[in-house]
Each structure stands twice: as C-alpha cells, then as structure tokens.
Design a protein around this ligand. Structure first.
Ligand code: ADP
Ligand code: MG
Length: 221
C-alpha cells in the first residue's frame, strides 16, 4: 500500500520556484491498476518519480507499507529502486550496440549474469512476442518492439511496483493497446501494483484507480 499525504513539490529553475504539486494526498492499494492523468505540465511525471523514490517531496510524506520513505537511508532507497520498482519510461533507454536480450539484462551486469537469468530474459521477450527478435539491436526494432524490450527489462526483476511514464506515447494504437495488455497481465499474474501516467484514457476500466491532477492537487470526480 502506498500512502501519499499532503505532498508538495516545488521545482526550481534558476531563481524561479515552480510549485508543481500543492498538497497531493492519495492511497494506492497493493495490486491496484492506477492511472495518473491530467494536463501536460500538471506534475504527473513529478508524482511518479516521487512514488519511485527517484526524488523527494518538498513537504509531506510518502509511506510504503507503512514505512516513511523520507526516513530511508540512501542505501534503503537504492535497494527499493533496484529491487522493488520496475520503471518504464517513454524514452526507452536502450543501448544501441546491445541485442534485445542484452538490453533486458543490462541492470544485472554489475552482479554478473548466470545462464538462468539469460534464459529468463529470453522467456520474457518470447512472452512479449519478441521470440524472433532476441538478437536484434534497437535500430532493427519498431517503436513498439523497443518499448516491449524496455518492459521486459523492467519485469526481469519481478517488481512489486511498476511505474510507467507515458509508455504508449510514441506508439500507434495497436502497439499501445498491446502495452496495456502486457501491463494488465503483469498485474494479474504477478500481483504487481501498476501506476501508469498516460494521455490515453481509452484503456481505463471500471475497477481502475484514476488519479487526476489538476492545479497541483488530486481532483475529485
Ligand atoms: P507532466 O508530466 O504532467 O507533463 P511534469 O511533472 O513533468 O509534468 O512537470 C510539471 C512542471 O514542473 C512543468 O512545468 C515542468 O517544466 C516542471 N519541472 C519538471 N521537472 C523539473 C525539474 N527537474 N526542474 C525544474 N522544473 C521541472
Ligand atoms: Mg510527464
């Protein structure tokens, strides 16, 4: 369970302070499929980064399973980001000189890659329909395929929390709906909590949690 309580975030650009979040409170239960929507520049990405402990609130608190993330040591924060969270961003962050499989395995390189991890990476890519693209490099893949490689990379660590920032932003609608299907499957099969920032409201279902940011707070609908 994620509990966001009266969170504010003020960005600074030179001398100028830009208050973006002005008191956001919300709860995201475990296993939820949540959307963050709102106009461009309303602070959707900012909120997502805070949920992933990639950034800290200016004021207010975020609790994960009751623990105040603001009180975590740098080490604890790092562990959370590396083991518990799968990040899927719009810019796919794939390395051009690596194959699809190696791009999935990139985060594991520092620890060394045992064969079973490589098998797992290949299995994930197959599940995502990229079985015949394992040794392709990013430039040989379509936008949708590149995004699926980025998803496989996020899934390899079996995250309990998946944070996706406009994951379908650069994709056509067919590839876009495919990405949402994959995220749904992840929620259903692994019980992950999925939080997606999107412009695309077509895929919202009745049981989803929809958080709309307007004027720096979560709007009540
Ligand atoms: P959204 O994702 O809803 O489009 P963002 O959270 O990216 O909005 O940004 C909200 C506002 O904060 C924008 O005006 C943006 O320019 C500003 N902003 C975002 N990140 C930074 C940053 N690191 N430094 C300064 N300003 C930022
Ligand atoms: Mg954004």
């Amino acid at each position: 369970m994620i509990q966001v309580d009266k969170v504010t975030k003020t960005h600074r650009r030179g001398e100028t302070e830009i208050p973006v979040l002005r008191g956001v409170s919300c709860e995201i239960p475990d296993g939820a499929f949540a959307y963050i929507i709102g106009p461009s520049g309303s602070g959707k990405s900012t909120l997502l980064y805070l949920l992933g402990a990639l950034d800290r609130p200016t004021t207010g608190t975020i609790r994960i399973d009751g623990a105040l993330t603001g009180e975590w040591s740098a080490e604890r924060q790092d562990r959370f980001r590396r083991h518990d969270v799968g990040f899927i961003f719009q810019s796919f962050n794939l390395l051009e000189n690596l194959t699809a499989v190696d791009n999935v395995l990139v985060p594991e390189i520092p620890r060394g890659i045992p064969p079973e991890r490589r098998n797992e990476a290949e299995r994930l890519l197959r599940e995502l329909g990229l079985g015949d693209r394992l040794d392709h490099r990013p430039s040989q893949l379509s936008g949708g395929e590149q995004q699926r490689v980025a998803i496989a990379r996020a899934l390899l660590k079996r995250p309990r929390l998946v944070l996706a920032d406009e994951p379908t932003g650069e994709l056509d609608s067919e590839n876009g709906s495919r990405i949402f299907e994959d995220l749904r499957r992840l929620q259903a099969d692994q019980g992950a909590t999925v939080v997606v920032v999107t412009h695309d409201q077509r895929y919202i279902r009745d049981r989803d949690l929809v958080l709309t940011i307007r004027d720096g707070v979560i709007a009540r609908d």
